[in-house]
Design a protein around this ligand. Structure first.
Ligand code: NAD
Ligand code: MG
Length: 402
């Protein structure tokens, strides 16, 4: 059996990273693990690197390097240990690498994902924040460097699967696919879809992270509870499929079985269904254009009985409305939306903010950003500068009681 891909997995110790290695382990001889990276779970990284014989690992600093060495099995040769944020981008562009899984959480994942696109790799994009912060820049890099961009976010992976499968299909289209009327993006509604509005003020991080259908990292779990995640995904879909916002509809579908749909001009609606398990889109991206086993069980439709759909409630989920506002305002507003959310969610997870303050902080930051004279960010440095400014302002808002 020939090797399909030499992989670099950025964020290998997270929920997506672990699921990726689970799929890889099901196909001995098909994938070579070139590089793995972690930020905090360094002992888990050592175990992964030993198990998958990674040639390179990337850690944030000296202390993490020392932890990695201490956790490494005695007697085995150490992999090459690289260090720092720049090493993430450099390794994504290593000549040996053919495919990069971009699975770092937040805008911190942008430089690595962008480097992979610029090096013309197959980019398996889980890190949606990269597209929210730098959609235009990122898609241009994919186009100009002939990268293969495969969405891993389950909704976008579903849409990718349901779009016309023509031989000349572009990985970074600059116009909507012909014959397509709308993209229908499904959303579970998260754990607070039916919670009394007056109780939302006092929900805890653990309640917010208890997603009814998906097991994910804590940041995206909170985003799913606020539905900011669906807002980020509308922006992601806008860039990935070159689709105007008014042709992307969000549909709440509590069972998370229909992962998203494409509506055609003739009235046909194509949907992709499956268990809510990220190993399906990951296996799709790893094996593309072939279908490979993912370890995901069968979808027993007769046991499900029914599938429900409803319109999203923008009063309950103000973050969804704020995301659509930001997309209308432009790139600087989208960077601000994402950065303010990252700061606010971190504050909430650390017990410093209430759940309902997340939306208020984002709204304040977006209002504030209208005052700035931001020109269209044309480079990664421009994006990172706007991101840093938005984080400072969000942190200030978090300090002031309101
Ligand atoms: P996670 O928190 O479980 O893992 C994040 C990974 O990123 C970890 O390996 C961590 O070490 C690394 N990391 C965190 N901060 C970093 C930094 N500053 N620098 C370098 N590395 C850093 O997150 P996750 O749930 O696996 O999500 C990863 C990405 O995939 C997110 O962008 C998320 O929106 C997206 N995504 C996740 C799911 C899911 O089911 N988990 C579904 C769709 C999309
Ligand atoms: Mg998703």
């Amino acid at each position: 059996m020939s090797v399909l891909h030499h992989l670099c997995i950025l964020g290998s110790t997270g929920s997506i990273g672990v699921s990726t290695l689970d799929v890889v382990a099901r196909h001995p001889g098909r994938f070579v693990v070139h590089a793995l990276s972690a930020y905090t779970r360094i002992e888990a990284l050592a175990a992964q690197a030993a198990r998958h014989a990674a040639r390179v690992v990337i850690v944030p600093d000296d202390a993490a390097r020392a932890r990695f060495v201490a956790a490494w099995p005695v007697g085995r040769p150490l992999p090459e240990i690289r260090q720092g944020a720049q090493a993430l981008a450099d390794t994504a562009a290593d000549p040996e690498v053919t495919a990069v899984m971009a699975a770092i959480v937040g805008a911190a994942g942008l430089p690595g994902a962008l480097a992979a696109a610029r090096a013309g790799k197959r980019v398996l994009l889980a890190n949606k924040e990269a597209l929210v912060a730098a959609g235009g820049l990122f898609m241009r890099a994919v186009r100009e460097h002939g990268a293969q961009l495969l969405p891993i976010d389950s909704e976008h992976n579903a849409i990718f699967q349901c779009l016309p499968q023509t031989p000349d299909r572009a990985f970074a289209p600059d116009h909507p696919a012909p014959g397509v009327r709308r993209l229908l993006l499904t959303a579970s509604g998260g754990p607070f879809r039916r919670t009394a509005l007056e109780q939302l003020d006092s929900v805890t991080p653990d309640q917010a992270c208890a997603h009814p259908n998906w097991r994910m990292g804590r940041k995206i779990s909170v985003d799913s509870a606020t539905m900011l995640n669906k807002g980020l995904e509308v922006i992601e879909a806008h860039w990935l499929f070159s689709m105007p916002t008014d042709r992307i509809q969000v549909v709440v579908h509590p069972q998370s079985v229909v992962h998203s749909m494409v509506e055609y001009d003739d009235g046909s609606v194509l949907a992709q269904l499956g268990q809510p398990d990220m190993r399906t889109p990951i296996a799709y991206g790893l094996g593309f254009p072939d279908r490979i086993a993912s370890g995901v069980g069968l979808l027993e439709l007769t046991r499900l009985g029914h599938l429900d759909f409803e319109a999203p409630d923008l009063v309950r989920f103000p973050c969804l409305r704020l995301s659509l506002d930001a997309l209308g305002q432009g790139q600087a507003a989208c960077i601000t939306l994402n950065a303010a959310n990252e700061v606010a969610v971190d504050g909430f997870l650390k017990g410093r903010l209430r759940y309902t303050q997340i939306a208020r902080i984002i709204e304040r930051c977006l209002n504030d950003s209208l005052k700035w004279k931001s020109s269209l960010p044309g480079s990664l440095d421009d994006v990172l500068a706007i991101d840093a400014r938005a984080r400072r302002i969000a942190a200030d808002f978090c300090q002031t009681a309101f």
